[in-house]
Design a protein around this ligand. Structure first.
Ligand code: CMX
Length: 435
């Protein structure tokens, strides 16, 4: 989209100059002390990344370029007759730091649709996986494979100059976002629907088209997909999928490699895979208790059992958040509106009442509240998307929008290759005076 490129072309040089000036004048200022505990617990709270697209407050939750989820639900353009924001609009906001008009969003939809053709070799790679293979393995490989066509990679080989890095990165990012729903839907239909593939409908918006290619054309599913693919996009820069995409991209690896690496990180059970684990855990609980309508006491007993077996309660806790995740609340509100009587939603609601007090009583757990993954599965199940090992792929398609918008700015601002310093245990012991 020429309008997007024009804005980046105009805004990147002064911003880049501002960063250089800041570094020159204040580069020696200390901005963050680091304790041994922080090093040993995954660098929590160590401020070491420059991310523009979103910011996470422990109490309030995520804000995308300053806007909370309820604000975005009001302010972002919606599909005709739709109630939920279109993910296209959030991408525009994250990328350009301004709210899009209805026309901006329509144009973006069209642009992505025009880039949605997936090369045949990608389908062949997916076909080479045994049917039933985990969708994240297939999606990661499919995305990585497209690096052979990366416009950035090919131009870099021909001597692309630094100030144009962002332009070709942008082209790859837009191609990748355009293709992702088609690829994910192909994996879905092949794994679970006897390879009965459904052609894209380019007249639909990005989210509705994705639902359509998966086989779901119900108006409420479209609404759910728009919401789902909006709220999962970004969670500032330090989470595993965002940080990995940034880190790998910092070596000038092309966007396909960088995002494939991010997807591999998302596929861990402590991160995005938790959305499938939540449903697996709930089904296991219902099986074991022997009812679809467990009481709170029965749920409590099962939670204690999970903990006593040394397992985590999936969907609860967070590295940064210290309150209920607003992404959980947005999904709960959707459920209250569209599926208040769904029996599984009742179970999820009971779990929400039972789990926080139990986790709060365990001193080491810093956040007893639910995160985004505690709620997403029940909504998908309600509409018949029951293949829960696909859920992380849905998360991944959404996550592309945030981390790839940031990747464009990483290149536009020419952020440096990442290279923190590591030390061995002896060094740390000496440093803190433990020897
Ligand atoms: N159930 C049981 N124990 C939990 C827990 C939970 N839901 N959340 C944290 N803990 C435990 C940790 O495992 C850790 O135990 P050890 O010291 O024995 O290793 C201890 O409490 C301290 O953890 P923390 O500082 O509170 O949390 P972390 O920042 O280390 O981890 C997270 C955060 C999300 C990985 C963790 O809360 C967890 O495992 N939750 C369940 C999995 C989950 O829902 N992940 C999805 C997160 C959202 C996303 O990225 O998609």
């Amino acid at each position: 989209m020429e309008k997007i490129k024009k804005i980046i072309r105009e805004e990147a040089p002064p911003l880049s100059a501002e960063i250089k000036k800041l570094a020159k004048e204040y580069g020696d200022k200390v901005i963050c002390d680091v304790t041994l505990n922080q090093v040993l617990t995954g660098m929590k709270g160590v401020i070491s990344l420059l991310t523009a697209t979103s910011k996470l407050d422990p109490e309030e939750g995520i804000r995308f370029r300053g806007y909370s989820i309820p604000e975005l639900q009001k302010l972002l353009p919606k599909a005709e007759g739709g109630t939920e924001p279109l993910p296209e609009g959030l991408f525009f906001l994250m990328l350009l730091n301004r709210l899009p008009t209805d026309d901006d969003v329509k144009e973006l939809s069209k642009d992505w649709a025009s880039r949605a053709d997936v090369p045949d070799y990608v389908f062949k790679i997916i076909e080479s996986f045994p049917v039933g293979s985990h969708p994240m393995a297939q999606l990661t490989s499919a995305v990585a494979s497209m690096s052979i066509d990366s416009k950035f990679r090919l131009a870099h080989r021909e001597g692309l100059i630094k100030k144009d890095y962002w332009d070709l990165t942008y082209e790859d990012v837009m191609d990748l976002i355009g293709r992702l729903p088609r690829i994910a839907a192909y994996i879905y239909r092949r794994n679970y629907h006897d390879s009965k593939f459904i052609d894209p409908d380019p007249s639909l918006d990005w989210a509705a088209n994705f639902a359509h290619m998966m086989g779901y054309d119900h108006d409420e599913v479209r609404k759910l997909f728009r919401l789902y693919l909006t709220i999962h996009t970004d969670h500032e820069g330090g989470n595993v999928s965002a940080h990995t995409t940034h880190l790998v991209g910092s070596s000038l690896s092309n966007p396909y490699y960088a995002f494939a690496a991010g997807l591999a990180g998302l596929a861990g059970p402590l991160h995005g895979l938790a959305n499938q684990e939540v449903i697996r855990w709930i089904f296991h609980m219902l099986d074991e208790i022997g009812t679809q309508t467990p009481t709170k006491d029965q749920i409590s007993e099962f939670v204690h059992k999970t903990l006593s077996e040394g397992q985590v309660v999936p969907g609860y806790g967070h590295a940064v958040l210290r309150k209920t995740d607003p992404r959980y609340m947005a999904q709960r509100e959707f459920a209250l509106k569209y599926l208040p009587d769904d029996p599984l939603f009742q179970v999820v609601s009971h779990v929400y009442e039972v789990v926080p007090p139990i986790l709060s009583s365990i001193a080491k757990i810093k956040n007893p509240w639910p995160n985004v993954d505690a709620h997403s599965g029940v909504l998908l199940l309600h509409y018949g998307i029951k293949e829960y090992d696909f859920y992380t792929a849905l998360f991944g398609v959404s996550r592309a929008l945030g981390v790839l918008a940031q990747l464009v700015w990483d290149r536009a601002l020419r952020l440096a290759i990442e290279r923190p310093k590591s030390q061995d245990l002896a060094w740390f012991k000496q440093k803190v005076g433990a020897v």
